[in-house]
Design a protein around this ligand. Structure first.
Ligand code: 6PG
Length: 245
């Protein structure tokens, strides 16, 4: 089960998430000489990204030793307002001294299956043949329907055990565009799977996952267990409002 850390507000959550990422980066670089960081999409992480890019925090990460990947992407151009890359670029990546070849976007100018294969090949090339991808911090969100990354309820992607990334149709939540997503084998190889969860609309999936034996098919976020690492949920009071006291 995840470690759940409660915050009174999304602002407090975002600041604590930025500091947790900074701490994890320092530990990763001290131990491994580099920080391998997977960004989440959607809207919740944007505040955290802006805090990481702001002057009071920006220099607390050694960006020259940091490598940035994406947990999932919408199959739209990177300058489309729905693009996860576009959101990360505007809120973080354009404002930190991260070498351009340390950013690994998902290429959305390819058909889904090709884009997924291309990203899987990118990960294989980065980690080396035979070495399973393992990230220091994988940021994740929780969809109102219990999805995470672009692993949606009831989809075949939930049962993928080999491919590192797959193409998937959209779930029931907007935007209704095809996606590319990392699969559970990759997400579960993370040292820290860090969920940022805020807002009343998350209260039902939070309760379902933490207080019932929610199936992964129904609530895919329950499938992120990071057996060799830790799963940390940073959640605001609105998102945890349905939990038993
Ligand atoms: C995406 C995200 C998705 C997101 C959740 C929560 O591409 O939409 O990767 O998994 O994290 O849907 O989204 P919000 O942060 O906008 O609530």
């Amino acid at each position: 089960m995840p470690t759940v850390i409660h915050f009174d507000s999304k602002e407090a959550l975002s600041a604590a998430a930025a500091d947790a990422i900074i701490d994890a980066a320092a530990q990763a670089i001290a131990a491994d000489g580099r920080f391998l960081f997977v960004l989440a999409g959607g809207s919740t992480p944007e505040q955290t990204y802006k805090l990481l890019a702001a002057s009071e925090r920006r220099d607390r990460i050694d960006w020259s030793r940091t490598y940035v990947f994406f947990g999932d992407e919408r199959l739209v151009p990177h300058d489309d307002k729905r693009s996860n890359y576009g959101m990360a670029w505007e809120s973080l990546l354009k404002d930190v001294p991260l070498p351009a070849d340390h950013i690994f976007p998902i290429h959305t100018d390819l058909p889904g299956a090709e884009a997924a294969q291309q990203y899987a090949d990118t990960l294989t090339a980065f980690f080396g043949d035979g070495a399973a991808p393992s990230f220091h911090v994988t940021l994740l969100g929780l969809g109102d329907d219990g999805h995470t990354a672009s692993l949606f309820p009831g989809m075949p992607s939930l049962h993928e055990t080999k491919a590192l990334a797959v193409a998937t149709p959209p779930g029931v939540l907007p935007p209704p565009v095809d996606r590319i997503t990392l699969t559970f084998p990759v997400l579960n190889a993370s040292r820290i799977a860090l969920f940022l969860i805020a807002g009343e609309s998350k209260a039902a999936p939070v309760q379902a996952i933490l207080e019932t034996a929610a199936s992964v098919d129904a609530y895919p976020a329950a499938g992120v267990t990071a057996p060799g690492g830790e799963v940390r949920w940073m959640a605001d009071r609105a998102a945890t409002s349905k939990l038993r006291e």
